[in-house]
Design a protein around this ligand. Sequence first.
Ligand code: S3P
Ligand code: PEP
Length: 430
Amino acid sequence: MITASYEGDALKGTIRVPGDKSISHRAVMLGAIAKGTTTISGFLAGEDCLSTIRIFSQLGVDIERIGTDVTVKSPGITGWKNPVEALDAGNSGTTARLLLGILAGSNVTAEVTGDRYLCKRPMRRVTTPLKEMDARFESDHETGTLPLTVKGTQLKEMSYNMPIASAQVKSAILFAGLSAQGTTTVTEKAVSRDHTERMLRQFGANVQSEATSVSIVGGQSLQACDVKVPGDISSAAFFMCAAAMVSGSSLTFQDVGLNPTRTGIIDVLEDMGAKVSIKETVGGEGEPYGELTVQSSDLRGVEISGSLIPRLIDELPVIALLATQATGTTIIKDAEELRVKETDRIEAVCSELRKLGASIEPTPDGMRITGPTKLKGTILSSHGDHRLGMMAAIASLVTEGPVQIEDASCINVSYPGFFDHLNSLTQSKH
Ligand SMILES: O=C(O)C1=C[C@@H](OP(=O)(O)O)[C@@H](O)[C@H](O)C1
Ligand SMILES: C=C(OP(=O)(O)O)C(=O)O
């Protein structure tokens, strides 16, 4: 149990959040598919991305990590070997789903598993379309969940209309398409994060994007390269929301990722009345990043829905907290995907924020929050979900009395050093 006691502390200063989780996973994966040496700087050494490193090491890729610098030396996908033990993705949905797509067209047979949370999350969203490409999966249960055995085989092309906006599903199919015969196309209902497409191009692949469709020609080989990972805007979001809601705050984020498919949080903060300024340093085909400053302000409730949802899906727990401090009602809809994350984030966010006295109601595809409410500290559970754990810690900035957090160690999944940053930014006597 961790006690978070930061009542009313303004956040001030400059922060560099750890590397982007989605980009770190993909850098290791593409480095492992390409033959040769890939270097990664700014890698996120959180538990999820360490699971990805461990798995590709088991497949025979030589991966060395010193802090946030990683070197991937690979014989290329055709040189991978069958792992002796199951590939354990831990808590990481991204690792598991992208891996299923990559292994489907490899010449490896492997069992993929995960922790007790991941083994409950749906995998048919990737295995069903991959089977249309002739992928082979075996399991001794009918639930469509992990553990699953993949028997790599020659895949065929496919055109797939995705029923949900999910970068994990899109990426799994694009990775399978890379080793399939012919051209594979995926079409989304709304654009999800495009890190896979951008990084495939960085590794020399020809990937065509048009509106909500992405196409890849199979049989291309990738060229190892150097990848720079910017700071994770989904991690920064916790402190962005904190700075927006605690009076007297002004916080600057350096080298934070500003990929437009991820910046929904900035749009929402601005809509709610927060002061945000941006200095973009790099654009173009790689990953845009830059400097961002957030200052506190009076906030108002807003509606968050439609194509905005995939651009801020992981930020919704902390946005719900923020909405408790805004005047009026915030409505989050079209976000049913929250129900199949590390936990059911609609039920878990509502039940934890209610314990603090928030006025928040779950709906089938989101939540309704009315504010502003003066919250009161108590014991909260992370439900084993890193984003819930960080939401609870940030809540303690606006509660009367401390928040005690059960099972806070899961925060290391995406944000190692989170409490060190919180302590240094609040500059109080912690
Ligand atoms: O592709 C990715 O790196 C991710 C995609 C999102 O999941 P979905 O694809 O399930 O929406 C997101 O929630 C997850 O944290 C990371
Ligand atoms: C949902 C998340 O990740 P994943 O799906 O990779 O477990 C997350 O980081 O909030």
